[in-house]
Ligand binder design. Structure first.
Ligand code: SAH
Length: 242
């Protein structure tokens, strides 16, 4: 039988490897998806690629799978971070889900001057990234970082990493062609909050050596739309869409 269900596990995967399931995974696989002993599922752990595995024990509170054959090797997305100012809960969830699907390697919530959302629940966002990876066929799961202030982020910046600074003040302008010059470098996309960037932040970023200010077309996009649009442009010009 063809394995359709994909499950992320935090366990080494290899030929003959037994993989224990926790209560939530057992509930999903046996309760919700109605899998039974003998059924095949696909497993990945973000490190060892994708494996076909067979259910060997199925219980209410746990279970065991046995790895059979490797179906895919690990495919790393390009070295792209998505940095965004958290917005309302459902829209933030959307951004994290789309970042995982679009092939971001790391997702960084950034607190800016006009960020008005409260605390970021990192674990919940990480679970959204896992779920997105499970359903889109990815073998890698981007890590959701702890929220960080923009000042601190820029202060500690790795000088090799370029920033695609999405600046709403440039809406309608044409974006520089120079992004292509940094092909192969590590990159990060920066998206502001609903209130946009403050004058001080914009000034700081304009002076920042690694930052390349770009426009995302002539209209002002909502932050969640802007995040997807920016990742699309980046993957097309510098990433793995070619
Ligand atoms: N309130 C602001 C808009 C913020 S939009 C205003 O009216 O000016 C939220 C974020 O999406 C922005 O900070 C920017 O990072 C990104 N964004 C939206 N539209 C954009 C565009 N046309 N060009 C570049 N970035 C854009």
């Amino acid at each position: 039988m063809d394995a359709k269900i994909r499950l992320y596990v935090e366990h080494p995967l290899g030929v003959g490897q037994s993989v224990p399931l926790d209560r939530a995974q057992a509930h999903y696989l046996f309760g919700v998806m109605r899998q039974v002993v003998g059924r095949q599922v696909l497993l990945f752990n973000g490190i060892d690629g994708e494996w076909q595995a067979e259910v060997v024990e199925a219980g209410k509170r746990g279970g065991v799978l046995r790895c059979d054959t490797q179906r895919n090797v690990l495919q790393m997305p390009p070295d792209l971070w998505l940095m965004f100012a958290p917005i309302k809960k459902a829209r933030t969830d959307f951004i994290v889900e789309k970042a995982a699907e679009m092939g971001a390697r790391r997702i960084v919530p950034v607190m800016t001057a006009y960020t008005n959302s409260g605390r970021v629940q990192r674990d919940r966002l990480q679970a959204h990234a896992v779920e997105a990876a499970e359903q889109c066929g990815a073998t890698f799961v981007p890590e959701v970082a702890d929220a960080v202030k923009l000042d601190r982020l820029l202060h500690d910046w790795d000088k090799d990493r370029q920033i695609m600074f999405c600046d709403e003040a440039l809406a309608g302008a044409s974006s520089p062609d120079t992004l292509k010059d940094k092909r192969g470098a590590p990159w990060a996309i920066l998206i502001g909050p609903e209130g946009g960037f403050s004058g001080d932040e914009r000034a700081r970023l304009q002076e920042f050596e690694q930052a390349h200010a770009v426009a995302l077309g002539p209209r002002i996009l909502r932050a969640d739309t802007a995040a997807v649009a920016a990742m699309t442009v980046w993957q097309q010009v510098l990433g793995d869409w070619e």
